[in-house]
Ligand binder design. Structure first.
Ligand code: CUV
Ligand code: SF4
Length: 631
C-alpha cells in the first residue's frame, strides 16, 4: 500500500496541523503504525486464518496436489472465513447490546432514586407499546417497569424480542421463515460462539444464519434498547447548533475530552462541569472555565442532547492529546486506542479510564458507578482541574472548527417534516410529508452514511465525497458515528451545504429549515434509522426492502460495524462497504453476502472503495427501487 494512501491526504487542516506537531514532538500515531504494519498478513486479510483450537493456527493447505484445501481438522476456507466473520459480528452485537443493558440498569437506578426522567412522554409511549399499564402509574414506577422488561430481553427463555414487532409484517415473515427472528440478546450471541466452536457448525450458510440472528439482536434489540432508554432517561434530541473539530479546545480553560460510548458517563460529566463549586475551583487553579468536548460516539450523544462541541472522530483521538491542551481524556468503552496512554505520557494529559470493562495500562482508573454518577463525575472533573497547572508551553490548538445543526432523532425528523409535535400518538400518519416528497421525486430517496475511520482510506474523505455526491443528486443523507463527525467538520450540516444540493433537496431543506445531512446520533442510534424505515414502510404498506434507500460504511473498521451492516442487510437494506471485510479467501461466503442473500432478505453487501462509484451504485439502487414502486 502506498504511503500517500495511508496518510491523511486531503483531510481537514486541524488534523494535518496536529499530525505535523506529532512528528515534531516525536509521537507515533495510528498512521505511523499502519505504515509500519505493511504488508499486512494475507491469510488474515482474506479471513482464512483460524485459531479456534490449539491444533492451529491454521491456514488452508492441500495435503496432496489435487486434494482440497483445509485446516488440520478439515475446516475449509468457507467454514473458517464464516466462523471468523460470525464471531466478529457476535462481538459487535455484544458491544452494542451490553451498552444497551447498562442504559437499562441506569434507568432502573434513576427510577429507584427518583432521579429525573427527561422524556416522560416517550416513556409512556414505550410502556404502552410493550403492553404495560400506564394509567395511574408515576413516571418512576413506569421507568422501573420498562427498565425491568428491557433487561428481560437479554435472557428471556421464550419468545422473540419485543422490538421485532416494530418491523413490517413482511419482514417478520422473512425472519421467521429463515428462523433468524431474534429471541433473547445474550442467547443469540452465545449461540454464535457455540456453533463456531471447533468441530461444530461447518456450513457457512448456517453459520451466517446464526450470525444474522445475533446481528438482528443488536439492531432490533440491544441498540434499540440503548437508544430508546437513553432518550427516556436523558431526553430525546432536538435540533440545535454545535461546533466541531479540534479547534473547539480552549487555551484558557480546563479541557476535558470525553471519549467512548455510553451516555451515562458523559451525561454526568455535563452536570459536573456546570457545578458552580467546580467552576470556582477551576478559576482558583488559574483557568477561565471548564471546557467539556466530546469525541467519537459519546461525543455524538452529548452533542445531540446538550450541544457539547464535537472534538473529532476515531482517527483524531491521539491528536487531541497532541494539542498539549487536554487536562483529561476520560474514556469508558469501545474505540479507545490503547496507544492513548503512550501519547498521554508525553504530555501532561491524564488518561482516565472509568469502566471495569476497559482498563488501559498507564491510565488512571477512576471507576464510574452509575448509582453514584454525579459524585464520580465531580471527582473526575476535579482531577482535570488540578492538572491544569501541569500544562507546558508546548500547546497548539488548531484554528479550524466548523458549525452545524445536529439533534435529528426520529421524533425531530418527523416534526421537522410535518410540523406535528405529537409524533408517537399516530406514528405512521406523520411520515406522510416525507413519503410524499419521495413519491413526487423532489427527493429521490435517502441514504445512511455510517461508521468509523480506517487507515485503508484517507481520513474522512470517503464519508465527505460520498455525502456530497448524494446530496447533489437529491438524495437526503442521514448519518451517525464517525461519519457524522466527518460530515459536520466538512460543513455539510450547515445552511451553506444547501448550495451543494440538487434542486429538489435544496427546496426541501429551505422549506423545512434542515441541513441536507441529518445527524441521527451514535452507532447505537442506527436503530433510529431502522425505526424510521419501518414506519415509512408500514405507512406505504410495503417492506423495508422496497424503499428507495441504501446505506454505506465507507471507512468502517470495528466489529460493531460488521454487526450493523449485517442487521441492515437482513432488514432489507443495500449496504456498501468501503473496506472489504476479511472474507475474500472464501469465494462462496463472498458470493453469499454480496449476492445470494438478496434473494432471501432483499438487501445485500457491496464492496466498493471509491466513494464516487459508491454514490453511483446507491443512486442506481434507489432509482431501481423507485421503478419497482412505480413512482
Ligand atoms: Ni460507535 S464504532 S470508530 S466511535 S463509528 Fe467511530 Fe462510533 Fe466506529 Fe467507533
Ligand atoms: Fe485449525 Fe480446525 Fe483448530 Fe481451526 S479449528 S485451528 S482449522 S484445527
Amino acid at each position: 500500500m502506498q504511503q500517500e494512501k495511508l496518510m491523511c491526504s486531503g483531510c481537514d487542516s486541524a488534523t494535518s496541523v496536529l499530525i505535523e506537531k506529532a512528528k515534531r514532538d516525536g509521537i507515533e500515531t495510528v498512521w505511523d503504525r499502519a505504515l509500519a504494519m505493511q504488508p499486512q498478513c494475507g491469510f488474515g486479510e482474506m479471513g482464512v486464518c483460524c485459531t479456534n483450537c490449539s491444533m492451529g493456527p491454521c491456514r488452508i493447505v492441500k495435503v496432496s496436489p489435487d486434494g482440497p484445501k483445509m485446516g488440520i481438522c478439515g475446516a475449509t476456507e468457507d467454514t473458517i472465513a464464516a466462523r471468523n466473520l460470525a464471531r466478529s459480528i457476535a462481538a459487535g452485537s455484544a458491544a452494542h447490546s451490553d451498552h444497551g443493558r447498562d442504559i437499562a440498569e441506569a434507568l432502573l437506578f434513576a427510577a429507584e432514586k427518583k432521579a429525573p426522567i427527561m422524556d416522560e412522554k416517550k416513556l409512556r409511549a414505550l410502556a404502552k407499546e410493550w403492553g404495560i399499564e400506564t394509567e395511574g402509574s408515576s413516571a418512576e414506577e413506569l421507568a422501573s417497569k420498562v427498565a425491568g422488561e428491557a433487561l428481560k430481553e437479554f435472557g428471556k427463555p421464550f419468545g422473540h424480542l419485543r422490538f421485532v414487532e416494530r418491523a413490517p409484517q413482511k419482514r417478520k415473515e422473512i425472519w421467521e421463515g429463515m428462523n433468524v427472528a431474534p429471541r433473547a440478546i445474550d442467547r443469540d450471541i452465545v449461540e454464535v460462539l457455540h456453533s463456531t466452536h471447533m468441530g461444530c457448525d461447518a456450513d457457512y450458510r448456517n453459520i451466517m444464519n446464526a450470525a444474522v440472528r445475533a446481528a438482528l439482536s443488536d439492531g432490533w434489540g440491544g441498540s434499540m434498547i440503548g437508544t430508546e432508554l437513553s432518550d427516556i432517561l436523558f431526553g430525546t434530541p432536538v435540533p440545535h447548533e454545535v461546533e466541531a473539530n479540534l479547534g473547539v479546545l480552549k487555551k484558557e480553560c480546563v479541557n476535558i475530552v470525553v471519549h467512548g460510548h455510553e451516555p451515562t458517563l458523559s451525561e454526568a460529566l455535563v452536570l459536573a462541569v456546570n457545578d458552580p463549586d467546580l467552576l470556582e475551583a477551576a478559576k482558583q487553579h488559574g483557568a477561565q472555565g471548564i471546557n467539556l468536548v466530546g469525541m467519537c460516539c459519546t461525543g455524538n450523544e452529548v452533542a445531540m442532547r446538550h450541544g457539547i462541541p464535537m472534538a473529532g472522530n476515531f482517527f483524531q483521538q491521539e491528536l487531541a492529546v497532541v494539542t498539549g491542551a487536554v487536562e483529561a481524556m476520560v474514556v469508558d468503552v469501545q474505540c479507545i486506542m490503547p496507544s492513548l496512554s503512550q501519547v498521554a505520557r508525553c504530555y501532561h494529559t491524564k488518561l482516565i479510564t472509568t469502566s471495569p470493562k476497559a482498563k488501559v495500562p498507564g491510565a488512571v482508573h477512576m471507576e464510574f458507578d452509575e448509582k453514584n454518577s454525579v459524585e464520580c463525575a465531580r471527582k473526575i472533573v476535579m482531577e482535570a482541574i488540578m492538572n491544569f497547572k501541569n500544562r507546558t508551553g508546548n500547546v497548539l490548538i488548531p484554528e479550524e472548527k466548523s458549525r452545524g445543526k445536529v439533534g435529528y432523532s426520529l421524533e425531530a425528523i418527523i416534526r421537522a417534516l410535518d410540523g406535528i409535535t405529537n409524533t408517537f400518538a399516530h406514528p405512521s400518519g406523520t411520515v406522510k410529508p416525507l413519503v410524499d416528497a419521495i413519491k413526487s421525486g423532489v427527493l429521490r430517496g435517502a441514504a445512511a452514511i455510517v461508521g468509523c475511520n480506517n487507515h485503508r482510506v484517507p481520513h474522512d474523505r470517503s464519508h465527505v465525497v460520498l455525502a456530497k455526491e448524494l446530496i447533489k443528486n437529491d438524495v437526503l443523507v442521514v448519518t451517525t458515528g464517525c461519519g457524522a463527525h466527518a460530515c459536520i467538520k466538512a460543513g455539510l450540516m450547515s445552511e451553506d451545504a444547501v448550495k451543494l444540493c440538487g434542486k429538489g433537496l435544496a427546496t426541501c431543506c429551505e422549506l423545512l429549515n434542515i441541513p441536507p445531512v441529518l445527524h441521527m446520533g451514535s452507532c447505537v442510534d442506527i436503530s433510529r434509522i431502522l425505526h424510521l424505515l419501518s414506519i415509512m414502510a408500514n405507512y406505504m404498506n410495503v417492506d423495508i426492502k422496497d424503499l428507495p434507500v441504501a446505506a454505506a460504511a465507507p471507512e468502517w473498521m470495528s466489529e460493531k460495524a460488521l454487526s450493523i451492516g449485517t442487521y441492515a442487510v437482513a432488514s432489507g437494506i443495500y449496504v456498501v462497504l468501503g473496506v472489504a471485510p476479511q472474507i475474500t479467501g472464501s469465494e462462496n461466503l463472498t458470493r453469499h453476502l454480496t449476492s445470494d442473500v438478496e434473494s432471501i432478505y432483499g438487501g445485500r453487501f457491496e464492496i466498493e472503495s471509491d466513494p464516487v462509484q459508491t454514490a453511483r451504485k446507491i443512486i442506481d439502487h434507489i432509482e431501481a427501487k423507485r421503478r419497482q414502486l412505480d413512482i
